[in-house]
Design a protein around this ligand. Structure first.
Ligand SMILES: *Cc1c(COP(=O)(O)O)cnc(C)c1O
Length: 461
């Protein structure tokens, strides 16, 4: 079979309100053509993000009823700690309410002004947390990661020459840690190979630099290793995860991804002194070390989610569902980034709408069209998100890639929903010439895509 059937059946349903196209045209106009300002209840299929949008299992919901809400030493904390230690192998486990707080705690404890943190590609919040401490967030991913047609199996790999160059140039004393994001979210959810992880680890150890993983999608990465890397076919995903983390000194984690929960995260590390210092900070900003900004029931749901995410029938379905959507789009002639990563499909909007220049936001034009016509919410990652005026030349500058991301929530949508997405995009692709660009009528000073307001350049048909 090309695509495995959903390895779950549905016990509880959440009805989807079927809005009409006219209603959606009115709502998006009111929202200034910004999909972040839409009411979620007006959306038929929401592919805005895979973060915090997972469906929990009956086992996780049952665990929520066993929440021990003691301030200190909740039994759910011990279950959570044992589970994280068992999979990740790190000695100290510090709960947080999101991944970015784990980053904030780690960086505010070990970064100094002028330090450098190499990573394959820093995720937005990671970069922001590094730069907030006046340190340099240095991306060292392999060049192929930027080529939408390169079919490398591990396009998330660190370029070891770039990493060595950074160590030589800045000196190991200015590099308080090396990070690796698995899978590489900002590079399209592309995996990193075990071979590459081993090599990064060897380099880090040679210079006595701590090595941390940004582990948000670790299970998806491990599944890709099992499928694609020599010598791992007969190992379980859990064995692969344990080997992978054995090469590092710690990790940051957003449980909103491969924790299969709606809120939560953690920081884990072997270094006791560092953990003690971070725990003191945790108490200041999140809470006591046995809950870290979460309820006991949330910790129970994470512990159970981390076990479930290693289920290989689930992971096969997860990765194949994403690939299946990608293949359906390719069959309809739609340009996408290849190969398809773990959690999302990315449409190349520059080639989808070649008649709209980047100054008129072709990615956003496609996002709006897809919402108006089919009630599908996606997100632009291109000229609207990253475009800016160069302060010296006064010229507008746009990113190389103009993408529309279709992120797939875990265990939420069926293959028929994916078919609906592909058919809707196929129909839009047929009459793409009619789609017009947009202009900005309001924008804030930074992170403009969240609150920007737009107007169509002429009426869309
Ligand atoms: C989501 C994400 C984060 C931040 O996690 P939050 O829980 O959203 O704060 C960090 N790194 C990567 C790779 C992510 O995908």
């Amino acid at each position: 079979m090309k695509f495995p059937a959903e390895p779950f059946r549905i016990k509880v349903v959440e009805p989807i309100a079927m809005t009409s196209e006219n209603e959606r045209r009115r709502l998006i106009e009111q929202a200034g053509y910004n999909i972040f300002l839409l009411p979620a209840a007006s959306i038929i299929i929401d592919l805005l993000t895979d973060s915090g949008t997972s469906a929990m299992s009956d086992n996780q919901w049952a665990g929520m009823m066993l929440g021990d809400e003691s301030y200190a030493g909740s039994k759910n904390y011990y279950h959570f700690e044992d589970t994280v230690r068992d999979i990740f192998g790190f000695k100290n486990v510090i709960p947080t309410h999101q991944g970015r707080v784990a980053e904030n705690l780690l960086f505010s404890t070990i970064l100094k002004e002028g330090d450098v943190v190499p990573n394959n590609i820093h995720f937005d919040t990671t970069r922001a947390n590094v730069e907030y401490h006046k340190a340099i967030a240095l991306d060292c991913v392999v060049d192929e990661a930027m080529d939408p047609d390169s079919m490398l199996p591990f396009k998330g790999n660190m370029d070891l020459r770039k990493l060595q160059k950074a160590i030589d140039e800045y000196g190991p004393e200015r590099i308080p840690m090396i990070m690796l994001t698995i899978t590489n979210n900002s590079g399209g959810g592309q995996p990193v190979s075990m071979e590459n992880i081993r090599a990064v680890s060897a380099l880090a150890r040679k210079y006595h630099i701590p090595f941390f993983f940004d582990a948000c999608r670790f299970a998806e990465n491990c599944y890709f290793i099992k499928e694609r890397e020599e010598g791992y076919r007969d190992k379980s995903v859990k064995e692969i995860a344990r080997e992978l983390f054995s090469y590092g000194d710690g990790c940051t984690m957003s449980a909103k991804k491969d924790g299969l929960v709606n809120i939560g995260g953690f920081l884990a590390m072997n270094d006791d002194t560092l953990a003690q210092e971070i725990t003191n900070m945790l108490i200041l900003i999140e809470g006591f070390r046995t809950y870290g900004g979460l309820a006991g029931r949330d910790l129970e749901a994470i512990a159970r989610g981390l076990k479930e995410v290693l289920d290989e029938d689930y992971l096969r379905f997860r990765v194949k569902q994403t690939q299946y959507l990608g293949e359906m789009l390719i069959d309809r002639g739609i340009p996408i980034i290849k190969p398809v990563g773990g959690h999302a499909v990315y449409i190349d909007a520059k080639h989808f709408l070649p008649h709209i220049p980047q100054s008129e936001f072709p990615g956003q034009a496609l996002v709006v069209e897809l919402y108006q016509r089919a009630g599908i919410r996606t997100v632009e990652i291109g000229s609207l998100m990253f475009g800016h005026k160069n302060p010296e030349t006064e010229q507008d500058e746009f990113p190389e890639l103009e993408l529309v991301r279709l992120a797939i929530p875990r265990r939420v949508y069926t293959s028929m929903h994916m078919q609906y997405v592909a058919d809707s995009l196929g129909a839009i692709y047929q009459d793409r010439q009619k789609i017009k660009g947009y202009k900005i009528v309001y924008q804030p000073k930074f992170l403009r895509h969240f609150t920007v307001r737009l107007e169509p350049l002429s009426r869309n048909i």
